[in-house]
Design a protein around this ligand. Sequence first.
Ligand code: NDP
Length: 289
Amino acid sequence: MTARLIDGKALSDAVKADVAHRVLALKQQGLVPGLAVVLVGQDPASQVYVRNKASACEKAGLHSSVIRMEADVTEQALLDVVDGLNNDPAVHGILVQLPLPKHMNSSKVIEAIAASKDVDGFHISNAGLLMTGQPLFRPCTPYGIMKMLESENVPLRGAEAVVVGASNIVGKPMAMLLLAAGATVTLCNSKTRDLGAQTRRADVLVVATGKPKMVTGDMIKPGAVVIDVGINRTPDGKLVGDVDFESAKTVADAITPVPGGVGPMTIAMLLVNTLEAAERSAKHTVIEH
Ligand code: NDP
């Protein structure tokens, strides 16, 4: 058996086309959705992510601005920039690219972003709203995964879903979204005993650990849907996921490739979140927390 590939690139193109269409409608009302990205320092991976986000915005007709700050800037200077963006009516979404330099408190910076402009969905108010089943912004990576599962018609009601990795930005919100869709969710971390015994129960398996190829075919239930969130660069420069694709594809029914799976969807959902923030502001129903 060879698993069906879930094409995140094609689906992200469709999502972005829909965003572009809705952006046009907003522009006819005189509103241009705007995303502000703040980049502190010179981290090469962050530079690439920020460039890709800005370029995706422009292609879909959103306005994007990148505010670059030196790595040794004070935390207060960054908080002042965030405050300015919170009060700028042309900015509907604010994203502070992580990781921040070590002398800064990332949580404090994220909490300084107005929850109504927190398009990453990392603000504590947005985490709470998600947890209590009334999401304002869903974090982009798990939101994109939900779109993929929906587009593949994967049944979630009553399904066994196992999420490996419990970070605030991927694993935990993923578990909440799957739970809200009616799945029975198991959330695993690095202390989980006998990980394979957990993963082998999964009808839907989501892996986000940052450990290259750690989930192998023998840890997957035959016929499962496998979502590989990992992005790891091997010493020879190749990108690999957290799932061992070669062995997994012989067991799974469907699997996301790396690259070309979850990654493109993450950016597409950032555009969706920014657009929806602008649509809410157009209706004057922005909720401040
Ligand atoms: P974090 O390092 O923040 O979290 C990793 C999680 O995995 C932790 O909960 C950790 O457990 C758990 N974990 C680590 N090792 C094991 C193990 N052996 N068994 C079970 N659980 C384990 O990572 P992120 O969530 O930020 O990212 C995960 C991966 O996803 C990375 O490869 C990252 O590059 C990628 N990523 C991809 C995105 C995309 O758009 N495609 C977006 C964001 C991330 P514990 O809590 O016990 O430490």
